[in-house]
Design a protein around this ligand. Structure first.
Ligand code: HSE
Length: 436
């Protein structure tokens, strides 16, 4: 059988990795796919670099439109990133009847509905294993391996940059800004790290996992997004003393009221396997009603780990290109007509536990006032730690861990606590998940 022909848009780190792995493992991949997979054309603005990587074995062009319109191309791999030109090219490729493989989480989290609809109309596949957690086959697991389950929640460390920074802050007791600079120097963080450190990248990935886990449309605009820029080394240390690690988690949960979709720093018990995922590694924990908890761990970025996911998609498409569209695995795991519009809950309606740190005057009755406010807001205290004031200080830190409660209760309790004259400044609030 003739090889399937692929056009590659963007030969940066992941593109070069894809080219290298496809070449190195071509025989094994052909045996699995049933036919060869051949990159026939590459589009990249840096044509010299593209030619160097491909070694003159494929056509290299600077205009990506030539790839998406070329009649002999069956699959287009989009590795450009962003929502602008990438969206245009993906839509054109679909309109021209090409299958699409993309690692572009930002594009799918924001324009996924439009893209999947267009692909459905044209009867082509859009595959995106590389968009979430790089080399970890979490899309495949959620969409196929766990298909028997009523999935209850998914929680993941899905951004390696922030996990690296948090690990370093904990290990070395350094503050965020110092570690960020070091991460940039070592190449772990981008020169402009906004998407990573503000939680946006993780929220794109959580949005995609949520849609697949619960059969809802992709709705990034409804996600709650909080990064790690305001996290203090002090809180990482106090959390450790209480038996918890702080991780930036992407969380999505199904409740009777709707779906929670949120990214924020989170305390998790140190005893959980996922709490021990360190450095730039990723991990995703999925709770299904039949299987219970399952954990997926691996590299969430990098040339060949991400290429591993891109090529898995190429193989899937190659195997299924002749199949009737209705016999293929649906994009979002559920049949297009079975996608429901279960609401994404506003943050005030979510339920979780909390870590609260307050700076208080070391005076009689201060704690009584604080605990009364919590009790009045129906918030039950799970644990408490009061530090002795430092030598010569009249203020001290109180750390409270709460049982589960609604976020709106905590909002009102924090406002009341901050208005006490014996409480100095803002209350630090970090959400806590037992992941049990
Ligand atoms: N920048 C991401 C990370 C990888 O740090 O995990 C690509 O999504």
């Amino acid at each position: 059988m003739k090889p399937i022909k692929v056009g590659l848009l963007g030969i940066g780190t992941v593109g070069a990795g894809t080219f290298a792995v496809l070449k190195r493992n071509q025989e094994e991949i052909r045996r699995r796919a049933g036919r060869g997979i051949e990159i026939a054309i590459v589009a990249d603005l840096n044509t010299d670099r593209a030619k160097e990587i491909t070694g003159g074995t494929v056509e290299v062009v600077s205009d990506a439109n030539l790839v998406v319109s070329r009649p002999d191309i069956d699959i287009v791999i989009e590795l450009i990133g962003g929502y602008g030109i990438a969206r245009e090219l993906v839509m054109k490729a679909i309109a021209n009847g090409k299958h699409v493989v993309t690692a572009n989480k930002a594009l799918l989290a924001t324009h996924g509905t439009e893209i999947f609809l267009a692909a459905q109309d044209k009867g082509v596949m859009v595959a995106f294993e590389a968009a979430v957690a790089g080399g970890i086959p979490i899309i495949k697991a959620l969409r196929e391996g766990l298909t028997a389950n009523h999935i209850q929640w998914v929680a993941g460390i899905i951004n390696g940059t922030t996990n690296f920074i948090l690990s370093e802050m904990r290990d070395k007791g350094l503050d965020f800004a110092t570690v960020l600079k070091e991460a940039q120097r070592l190449g772990y963080a981008e020169a402009d790290p906004t998407f990573d450190i503000e939680g946006i990248d993780a929220a794109h990935k959580a949005t995609i996992m949520s849609a697949i886990a619960f059969g809802t449309p992709v709705q990034f605009d409804k996600a709650y997004v909080e990064g790690i820029t305001n996290l203090h080394a002090t809180d990482i240390r106090y959390a450790e003393q209480l038996g918890y690690r702080i991780k930036l988690l992407g969380i999505t949960k199904r409740t009777s009221q709707g779906i929670e979709l949120r990214v924020h720093p989170t305390l998790i018990p140190m005893s959980r396997l996922i709490a021990n995922v360190e450095g730039a590694m990723n991990a995703v924990l999925v709770q299904g009603d039949a299987v219970g908890p399952t954990l997926y761990y691996g590299k969430g970025a990098g040339a060949e780990p991400t290429a591993s996911a891109v090529i898995a998609d190429l193989v899937d498409i190659t195997r299924l290109t002749g199949a009737d569209h209705t016999h293929r695995v649906p994009y979002l795991a559920f049949q297009p007509g079975a996608i429901t519009d279960t609401p994404i809950l506003p943050m005030s309606e979510i339920t979780t536990s909390y870590y609260l740190r307050l700076r208080v005057a070391d005076k009689l009755g201060v704690l009584a006032n604080v605990t009364k406010i919590l009790a009045d807001a129906s918030i039950s205290i799970d644990a408490m730690m009061q530090k002795e004031p430092d030598e010569g200080e009249t203020q001290t830190d109180i750390i409270l861990l709460t049982h589960q409660t609604q976020e709106k209760n905590v909002d009102s309790a924090i406002a009341a606590i901050e208005s006490l004259s014996t409480v100095d400044g803002k209350v630090t609030r970090i959400r806590l998940e037992h992941l049990a």
